[in-house]
Design a protein. Structure first.
Length: 73
């Protein structure tokens, strides 16, 4: 299984699960990223931080560390 960080720009993936615990997992879920939701990777900054994505019609910036905790299929 891959993480969101490994997905190249221009691809749409479905969230399989979230790793992490407590506040980190809650912060990811507060962005609307939950199991089963589709995420479109729009662009990645030159050094990979942040990652620009579209989730449920909203454009978000996700930190590289947070993207590593989102397992996708």
């Amino acid at each position: 299984m891959k993480t969101l960080r490994e997905i190249p720009c221009g691809n749409k993936v479905r969230v399989a699960s979230l790793a992490g615990e407590g506040a980190v997992k809650r912060r990811i879920m507060d962005m609307g990223i939950t199991k089963g939701v589709e995420v479109f990777v729009r662009k990645t900054a030159p050094f990979g931080d942040p990652i620009e994505v579209t989730v449920r019609g909203y454009e978000l910036s996700i930190r590289k560390a947070d993207a590593e905790m989102i397992m996708v299929e």
